[in-house]
Design a protein around this ligand. Structure first.
Ligand SMILES: [Zn+2]
Ligand SMILES: [Zn+2]
Length: 107
């Protein structure tokens, strides 16, 4: 299978969601707090942790700025000024909250 990359990132301010679309045409809406809570940086996850856990943000956040990192990831500047998370495209796909992906993960 080809490496997946994001073809579109749309901020849905009203709904507080990020709409991500991948190169295979798959698309899903991610809650801002969901993405922030899964920030993969060492500051959020602790050093030496191989697994990324969800940490509920203390207050609702929104992305102020989204920037590409190479051709494999995005970085997000959050409204709480946190900006060290690098979200790989495949990592985001692993987090995809849509019914289809959730079902394929648990089976
Ligand atoms: Zn972080
Ligand atoms: Zn999905």
């Amino acid at each position: 299978m080809e490496t997946l990359y994001l073809t579109e990132i749309r901020r849905l301010g009203e709904e507080r969601k990020l709409r991500l679309t991948w190169s295979d045409g798959h698309s899903a809406d991610f809650d801002f707090d969901y993405v922030r809570g899964y920030c993969p940086c060492a500051g959020c996850q602790g050093h030496g942790s191989m697994r990324v856990d969800f940490h509920q943000p203390p207050e609702p956040v929104r992305p102020e700025k989204i920037e590409p990192v190479g051709n494999y990831a995005i970085s997000i500047v959050w409204s709480d000024h946190h900006a060290t998370g690098i979200y790989r495209f495949d990592f985001l796909r692993d987090l995809c909250p849509c019914e289809e992906c959730t079902a394929s993960r648990t089976s």
